[in-house]
Design a protein around this ligand. Structure first.
Ligand SMILES: *[C@@H]1O[C@H](CO)[C@@H](O)[C@H](O)[C@H]1NC(C)=O
Ligand SMILES: *[C@@H]1O[C@H](CO)[C@@H](O)[C@H](O)[C@H]1NC(C)=O
Ligand SMILES: *[C@@H]1O[C@H](CO)[C@@H](O)[C@H](O)[C@H]1NC(C)=O
Length: 277
């Protein structure tokens, strides 16, 4: 395991970029949300889904990146608020460097379609998950955008021990079971050198990633994942998700949905899950 090259726990993709940073102004998602509260999913999201599905087809690198963005937008500030893009966190923080291309794309598309950047990130993650063969995650709209940077140093590093990761996730209200389910997203991930984290990198599945990480037969593994797979606190959970795709789906989907609304009053959000298919 090449821990030195993994800057973050979520170091999942090698994707270099020549694109400079962008600063996207916030649009007024709050008033939009209130107006729409009971009015269903606006038609623009159907167009957005068609656009992103094209970009993500075949579990492309932008799809992998999109899955990763929700952790980096929602977790640090306990708030899915678009600050990953709107506060320039994507370009200014080393742990986000590999996501600069998709941040750039999603920021531009939020402006193009006149929707909130925070919602665009969530749509992309849910559609990226599907494009990589993963389960359907509910998608809601109406998050408030913010250009205030989130606190730094929140996501555990790629060499973090199991105890460190468990504590970091507990501090945000996630159990060890939820943490282990969420790292299954690495099933469609690559490390910073571009090496896959399991032998079926275009499939967001559990039955290769968890066993291959645990028995060290994956093409590459993050030390942080290896620690979770072999710690006494989590290895039984790890093994269970490896043994059963349905057990993993049953834990992964609600954990992703919980992450996707962090810092938002879910009762003010509108369901747009119909675009995730
Ligand atoms: C994790 O890696 C960083 C460098 O990337 C290093 O500074 C830190 O000491 C390492 N932590 C552990 C627990 O090995
Ligand atoms: C963009 O959406 C906002 C509501 O969020 C609306 O007030 C504004 O008129 C829209 N702009 C365009 C160009 O459609
Ligand atoms: C657990 O994983 C760590 C991180 O890769 C590794 O250094 C350690 O040797 C592993 N321990 C066991 C018992 O497999």
């Amino acid at each position: 395991m090449q821990s030195a090259i993994f800057k973050t726990w979520w170091a999942s993709l090698c994707y270099s970029s020549l694109v400079a940073g962008i600063a996207v102004p916030s649009n007024n998602a709050a008033s939009e949300t209130l107006d729409r509260r009971h009015s269903g999913c606006p038609a623009v999201w159907t167009d957005i889904a068609a656009d992103l599905n094209q970009l993500f087809s075949g579990c492309s690198d932008p799809a992998r990146q999109a899955i990763r963005t929700i952790f980096h937008d929602c977790f640090p500030g306990s708030n899915c608020d678009g600050s990953l893009i709107l506060a320039g966190e994507c370009t200014s923080r080393p742990e986000n460097a590999q996501m600069i291309p998709v941040c750039d794309t999603l920021g531009d598309k939020a402006q193009q379609y006149n929707v909130s950047t925070a919602d665009m990130i969530q749509a992309a993650a849910a559609l990226g998950t599907k494009a990589c063969g993963g389960p359907s995650i509910a998608f809601k709209i109406g998050r408030k955008d913010s250009s205030t940077p989130s606190p730094t140093g929140q996501l555990p590093a790629g060499n973090a021990t199991a105890a460190t990761q468990i504590a970091a996730f507990a501090s945000k209200g996630f159990s060890a079971n939820e943490l282990i389910a969420l790292v299954g997203a690495h099933s469609a991930g690559k490390n910073l050198a571009g090496t896959a984290l399991d032998t079926t990198v275009n499939q967001l599945d559990s039955t290769k990633f968890y066993p291959e990480t645990q028995d060290a037969s994956a093409p590459a593994s993050l030390d942080s994942d290896r620690f979770l797979s072999n710690s006494t606190a989590t290895k039984t959970i790890w093994k269970g998700f490896g043994a059963s795709a349905s057990a993993w789906h049953a834990a992964f989907v609600p954990a992703m949905e919980k992450m996707s609304v962090m810092g938002n009053d879910v009762l003010t959000l509108n369901d747009c899950s119909s675009i995730i298919s």
